[in-house]
Design a protein around this ligand. Structure first.
Ligand SMILES: [Zn+2]
Length: 257
């Protein structure tokens, strides 16, 4: 048992050193801060040290996760936007790394559940892979661009898919992000989610995307989009949900209240 633990610690250390090395060797595109200023509202709200920190996180992400086009060109802006969507959610956690993804594939437009870019049922804009695709994410490039061109419409496919990865990090993609919730917050979160979903189903309409009623997993991804894109509106209309999400994603701000 002791030998096994030593092996685990050594393996974790090797992974850490390799990751650091890759990050050191990777250079962000020269236009990174200009692209962030032009396209990422979240970055623009940060002070200078926050901006520098955001750029460092993006560099670390892109050094370790590749962004590849399938039938479409990938340029610096695409890479910056994918990394931004990933980092915005976990920005309050300096040590959080997405260890469950290696590659983001960009498709030109929407696709279907079989990853076909032609034919019927092409209504998927983003997807976290499973099975042989378990370390991949697929995003439609047009949806990636749209997510950031309208930064306050409540919709952000990139944030949505990375929320799924955060949910998945504890081993179960179930709408309960265990790493973001303390033990005593688990039950209140689950009942608040179920209550809200039930209310949405009964009314048949909501300011929360009705796709969130699919299941608890989709509810978490949809409400994370809402929290990032329209925090003021969410706070006003669903204060309890907002309060819990703030504790999850921005614990330092929440503890000051
Ligand atoms: Zn989803």
């Amino acid at each position: 048992m002791k030998g096994f633990l030593i092996i685990l610690v050594v393996a974790a250390f090797i992974i850490y050193v390799r990751r650091k090395k890759r990050t050191r060797a990777y250079d962000l595109p020269a236009s990174a801060s200009e692209l962030l200023t032009r396209h990422v509202a979240f970055y623009n709200k940060l002070d200078d040290s926050g901006k520098a920190h955001f750029e460092a996180r993006i560099k670390d992400f892109l050094a370790n996760v590749s962004v590849r086009g399938v039938g479409v060109e990938v340029d610096d802006l695409d890479r910056i936007l994918v990394a931004s969507g990933a980092i915005i959610l976990i920005f309050s956690f300096p040590d959080w790394r997405y260890n469950n993804i290696s590659e983001v594939l960009l498709y030109p437009e929407s696709f279907n559940r079989e990853f076909d870019q032609q034919g019927p049922g092409r209504n998927v804009l983003g997807m976290v892979g499973d099975g042989p695709m378990h370390r991949n994410m697929i995003l439609s490039k047009s949806s990636l661009r749209a997510s950031f061109s309208a930064s306050n419409d409540g919709q952000n496919t990139v944030v949505h898919e990375f929320a799924h990865l955060i949910d998945k990090a504890d081993g179960a993609t179930d709408g309960v992000p265990d790493y973001l919730l303390s033990k005593h917050q688990l039950a209140p979160w689950i009942s608040l989610v179920r209550e809200t979903m039930e209310e949405m189903k009964q009314r048949g309409r909501s300011d929360i995307d009705l796709y969130g009623t699919t299941n608890e997993t989709e509810f978490f991804a949809v409400i994370a989009e809402y929290f990032i894109e329209q925090p003021g509106k969410l706070k006003e209309r669903h204060p309890e949900l907002y309060g819990m999400l703030e504790k999850m994603f921005r614990p330092q701000a929440a503890s000051k209240r």
